[in-house]
Design a protein around this ligand. Structure first.
Ligand code: DGL
Length: 270
């Protein structure tokens, strides 16, 4: 068996993608992981497609300069808008996006009616509906932009009355229409999962794209003989482009533990 110990590169607009890094670490304990969070420019979800593409390419270039064997786009907004451009630019490194993973998990469950929630840019791109319909045009896909959810999670309010009010504001109609599935198409939404569960009728399946992405990466590495050797436990290196006051608290929230081995970098220099 041939092993490949080069790191997996993950990037996100900020720290939300640490939900994907945490899921990957759990399912792939031997892999070396490099994470880049563009904390200086977050959020991407309300930026224009041209800037989202530019930022995504700069993020990916940074990871390529670190010699990664696979790039995982943990950011739904970048996956929805810039995946093709990033793949075209870095043809030598395979690139997978959280969107592919979420769509695959969705199709596997064979729903008839799916509600997809994400940032304004993700929903405006219509990429989730396009990808789902490319495989099964018969699925009823409803997309809802929920721009207040990201700041609510960042402020640590995922389990608060404000959060419940915001969920009611955006998802009220889903209580009556009752989709088979709610697809969480944003890095931050897994932290609100409990609130979604208690708000929506019991039968609505909630698909967390962070878990789906980790599974997808694992299968990709196996299929392409890229898995790391099993003898050592994987290393982790985190890079961010800014470290505001809230940095440690935020990172812990998404990663589920304290962030170690991190460094501030300027990616426009790469
Ligand atoms: N990471 C983004 C996403 O998953 C959410 C935060 C942002 O708007 O940058 O869409």
């Amino acid at each position: 068996m041939k092993y490949d110990n080069r790191p997996i590169g993950i990037f996100d607009s900020g720290l939300g993608g640490l939900t994907v890094a945490a899921a990957l670490r759990k399912s792939l304990p031997n892999e070396n992981i490099i994470y880049l969070g563009d904390t200086a420019r977050v959020p991407y979800g309300d930026k224009s497609p041209a800037n989202i593409i530019r930022f995504g390419i700069e993020d990916a270039a940074f990871l390529v300069s670190k010699g990664v064997k696979l790039i995982v786009i943990a950011c739904n907004t970048v996956s929805a808008i810039a995946l093709a451009e990033i793949r075209a630019k870095f043809a030598e490194v395979p690139v997978i996006g959280v969107l592919d993973a979420g769509v695959r998990a969705c199709l596997k469950a064979k729903p008839e009616y799916v509600a997809v929630i994400g940032t304004r840019a993700t929903v405006t791109s219509d990429a989730y509906r396009r990808e789902i319909h490319a495989v099964n045009p018969g699925i009823n896909v409803r997309t809802i932009a929920c721009p207040l959810f990201v700041p609510i999670v960042e402020e640590g309010l995922a389990d608060s009355e404000i959060c419940r009010l915001a969920i009611d504001f955006y998802l009220d109609s889903l209580k009556r229409e009752t989709p088979d599935m709610l697809l969480l198409a944003c890095t931050h939404y897994p932290l609100m999962k409990k609130s979604f569960q208690s708000y929506l009728p019991k039968g609505v399946k909630i698909v967390d794209s962070a878990d789906a992405c980790a599974k997808f990466a694992e299968e990709y590495l196996e299929k392409n003989s890229l898995v790391a050797g099993k003898r050592t436990s994987g290393t982790e290196r985190f890079y961010v482009t800014d470290m505001p006051d809230s940095f440690f608290k935020q990172a812990k929230k998404f990663l589920g533990r304290d962030l170690e081995h991190f460094q501030k970098v300027s990616i426009s220099e790469n």
